[in-house]
Design a protein around this ligand. Structure first.
Ligand code: 1PR
Length: 527
């Protein structure tokens, strides 16, 4: 029996699913006595350091945890569950951590995108049975803006390079803690969890790797989901956002089944977009929640869900905040949520007042779950102009001339799945959302969607050059070469496709094969 510490702030379902997939049962801590009596404790920290420590204090878990950690029992901390072991964090300087390990948690101060999101390697610094069965060159999923800096080097188990060499896991006695997420790291991560669950003290080091590790570019599969006219929830696909063909909603498969297939075939991440979420209310639209619950049972890479994440009043007058909606999604297995229409309205309001209210969905979710859990999905379309002075927007000079020979354009934000254009450009939206606490941009392009003609490189460069958070390039992928083009010509950290994967025109494996000697990727291991 594994005891799991859930303090109610995020996706512990993935950890439970991963452990259950190994045949172990999980008991979730409901009060202090569960910590005291635990034999093996897993602490998957999610959210922000301050919010985590406040909740641990409120629940009176701190002393019990300290007792547990000093009693030589097996412990696995994940992500914030690693950072919690330290004395303080720059994320919340006024709040003490558990202080079990001397040292502090620091924010990345580097020239690369922060958060550090994606698949990176590990340099194994000392023998540990936790790595049994691994070759040492595997990549693991990271998502964090802060890293631990222990005072005593002897606790360092692995390091990873991202702008600097940081400590990506520690081990002291029977305490192991990783900055990466084993439960989201495919087969390699599941092996680490298995090694933790299995009894034994034998220390084996598999491959002491000392070369620099590199963050992989991610290949993302996107599933646009909605109900068709018969009321079945289907994966659909638009042609410049028009998902109907001969009057019917295109049906390209079942969400859970397709997501499972893409995981098996090497997808580094899966995004579900509930594309009619702007008019439905997700908490009434229980099938999406069920889709997440089912998918997360077998899919051990990050899952993002978007569509309809906003404040809402139901027909009985009951109010729900966007935070309530997000919380339900995280509980159901999502690692990140994506906000589309609401982000545009929030940015418009912010630009009017210049004031951060702390009340917007982006700010609230970021405060509780951390910036890395919030993706802003942008649905822009090109608007051509003869001269940059014509409009009050961030305009680019374009090599793809407009219908009247225009050599400039701006990217107009839309809401409600492209149905309504707004007086806001995509570059400004991305910048405002970063300021408000978003951790990643999903950059779609209505002009390119479903065209198979390649990504809009100019758009991606304009946005990626204006923000420091990672950008997922989306819309237009038609072949493996298009993925290479986007990684070679832009700073995008990830590239997403939908149509070519759903229609089986191009496989994820063939994209990875093509990229393997050109771009750093997480290798696809055929199953
Ligand atoms: O506004 O917060 O409720 O979120 C709604 C979400 O649904 C937004 O993220 C928005 O992008 C998405 N959405 C709404 N309508 C559509 C539609 O297609 N009619 N889909 C839609 C967006 C774009 C990508 C697509 C890529 C790659 N789909 O997700 O997967 O363009 O396609 P391709 O590789 O086939 O070219 P809210």
């Amino acid at each position: 029996m594994i005891t799991l510490l859930d303090y109610g702030a995020g996706n512990v379902r993935s950890v439970i699913n991963a452990i259950e997939s190994l045949g172990e049962s999980v008991k979730v801590v409901s009060d202090t006595s569960d910590i005291i009596s635990a034999e093996k404790l897993i602490f998957p920290g999610v959210g922000s350091f301050g919010s985590m420590m406040r909740i641990l204090n409120q629940k009176n878990y701190v002393e019990a945890l300290k007792d547990y950690l000093t009693s030589d029992r097996a412990f696995l901390g994940i992500c914030l569950g690693l950072q919690a072991l330290f004395e303080t964090s720059e994320e919340a300087p006024d709040i003490n951590g558990l202080g079990l390990i001397s040292g502090h948690v620091k924010r990345f101060d580097i020239d690369l995108s922060v958060p550090h999101i994606g698949w990176n390697g590990i340099n194994i610094k000392k023998p540990s049975r936790i790595f049994n069965g691994l070759g040492g060159s595997e990549k693991f999923y990271f998502v964090h803006s802060f890293y631990v800096a222990p005072e005593d080097d002897s606790v360092i188990l692995t390091t990873t390079n991202y702008g600097l060499e940081f400590v990506s896991s520690i081990q002291r006695g029977r305490i192991t803690a990783t900055q990466f997420h084993p439960e989201k790291s495919g087969d390699a991560g599941i092996k680490i969890l298995k090694n933790f669950l299995e009894a034994g003290d034998e220390k084996k080091a598999s491959g002491f790797v000392s070369q620099e590790t590199r963050l992989a570019k991610r290949i993302v599969a996107c599933l646009d989901v909605r109900s068709n006219d018969q009321g079945d929830l289907v994966v659909t696909k638009g042609d410049q956002y028009d998902v109907r063909e001969k009057g019917e909603v295109r049906n390209l498969g079942q969400p859970v089944e397709l997501a499972g297939r893409y995981y098996q075939k090497g997808a580094d991440e899966i995004i579900f977009l509930n594309i009619t979420g702007f008019r439905d209310f997700p908490l009434e639209d229980m099938p999406m929640i069920e889709v997440l619950k089912q998918t997360s049972k077998n899919v051990f890479v990050p899952l993002t869900i978007g569509g309809g994440i906003r404040d809402y009043t139901d027909k009985d007058g009951r109010k729900y905040t966007a935070l309530d909606v997000a919380a339900e999604y995280f509980r159901s297995g999502a690692d990140k949520i994506s906000i589309g229409s609401d982000a545009v309205l929030i940015a418009e309001e912010y630009l009017k007042t210049g004031v951060k209210t702390g009340q917007s969905s982006i700010e609230q979710i970021s405060e509780v779950y951390g910036a890395q859990a919030i993706v802003v999905s942008i649905d822009p379309r090109r608007v051509y102009v003869m001269s940059p002075d014509e409009v009050d927007h961030q305009v680019i000079e374009t090599a793809e001339k407009g219908p009247n020979g225009e050599t400039y354009c701006w990217y107009q934000c839309t809401i409600k799945g492209g149905r309504e254009g707004r007086d806001l450009d995509a570059v400004t939206l991305a910048q405002v959302c970063e300021k408000l606490g978003a951790g990643e941009i999903l950059l779609n392009c209505i002009d390119k969607d479903g065209t198979n003609s390649g990504f809009d490189i100019e758009l991606i460069n304009a946005v990626a050059g204006a923000v420091t958070i990672p950008v997922i390039a989306s819309s237009g992928a038609g072949c493996a070469e298009h993925f290479y083009e986007v990684f070679a010509k832009t700073e995008a950290e990830a590239a997403l496709a939908a149509g070519i994967f759903h229609r089986k025109e191009v496989s994820i494996a063939s994209v990875k094969d093509y990229l393997s000697d050109k771009v750093e990727i997480r290798p696809f291991i055929k199953k």
